[in-house]
Design a protein around this ligand. Sequence first.
Ligand code: GLN
Length: 488
Amino acid sequence: MELHQKTIHEVSADLKAKKISSVELTKAVLAHLEKVEPKVQSFITKTPDEALAAAAEADKRLASGQNLTPFTGVPIAIKDLLCAKGVRTTCGSKMLENFKPPYDATVVDRLNQAGAVSVGKTNMDEFAMGSSTETSAYQKTRNPWNLACVPGGSSGGSATSVSADQAFASLGSDTGGSIRQPAALCGLVGLKPTYGRVSRYGLIAFASSLDQIGPFTKDVEDCALMLSAIAGHDRKDSTSAPVAVPDYLAEMKKSIKGLKVGIPKEFFPAGLNPEVGDAVKKAISELEKQGAEIHEVSLPTSPYGLAAYYVLAPSEASSNLARYDGVRYGLRVPGENIVEMYSKTRAAGFGSEVKRRIMLGTYALSSGYYDAYYLKALKVRRLIKQDYDKAFEKVDVIATPTAPNPAFKFGEKTGDPLSMYLEDIFTVSINITGMPGLSVPCGLSKTGLPIGLQLIGKSFDESTLLRTAYAYEQATEWHKLKPTLKDS
Ligand code: GLN
């Protein structure tokens, strides 16, 4: 196995045993990154010089043997909506083409403190709005399993950077599925932690009550390591929760004997892609083989999740994106007067999906429609949460497909926004409830495209998700498969 193909826990052991230095490792990863980047296009901004400087620092730390973490000297990648001090942070938009934040996001700071080496900022749908990374103002990121297909979105570049071994792990954000769906489509482990588990300070906001930051990794153990590094209260984010962070690595290794797994029938509709349905059902049988008890549960209001999400998320976005007015930062297009300057700036800076969301959200929030749309969606949100709470009285974890289909071709859904929005059917309700969700690889389609199993947990119970996913991974080989990087 080549160096860049290893996991964090493997290379971290090599670094600590002094089999390799961080500078050597980082050089090897950067060389591979450059080699495959023309095919996959994961990065909006690469930071090789900063990476080598951080690696040299990590080597000093490794030589001293002090203050070492599983990340010391390990190359990772960061979604381009997380602020990194002095590094261009575009959010996939022309609006922020030249924006260099004066501070680090808390998650970026925590990984820096742990000694991680960032190799760059990854491509994404503009302002994280999309399910295929096609709304990026910069480039098309391609799925390493089939370059003719999308990687999913919105964190597509974060997913492909790990899937194509350009980084050992990456950070993404998930507002309606943007970590779990690309993880499923690219054959990775992806975790959306509980709302409040991870600080959002320094995350460029899309929909503040739904956004959460989480990792993409090659296996469950690395996912537990990443979560341990970024989780925990942060006084800079008043929505981050002062809840103790468990020892995820120890929790992950516990047995799943007697674990109660709920299967919601609403997530297996008659029209479900049969390859996805079969792979997920097989994965559930595997959990049963290992001693889990399978129970049917019902989430009757979950089919309304998508409609509620596409009112709530655009409403919050229309408010959050009002700040891009050409005055304080980002793009400015001059005009005759201030109103013309605002409108010219927003017309030129935002792409069409972002404009569509701003219009939808402004409409839903406007007086006269507020009660009919926004308030109604909030009520649906409460009902969905009640359904999940009721289900979790009976079971410890819920298992479903992550995405309704494997990766699709470029352009297949861009002409019809509703068909793109349907990609999120199984993921959005977890953001609506704030609960944690994890996607773990559970199969391949006949054409060789990855399929993901979604595990949903009680709030702040990421431990049970990691434990279930780890038990499953131990019994299967899916996480060991590597993409072909071919156009087929
Ligand atoms: N695909 C969903 C959307 O377009 C979710 C995006 C996300 O999670 N950031 O809104």
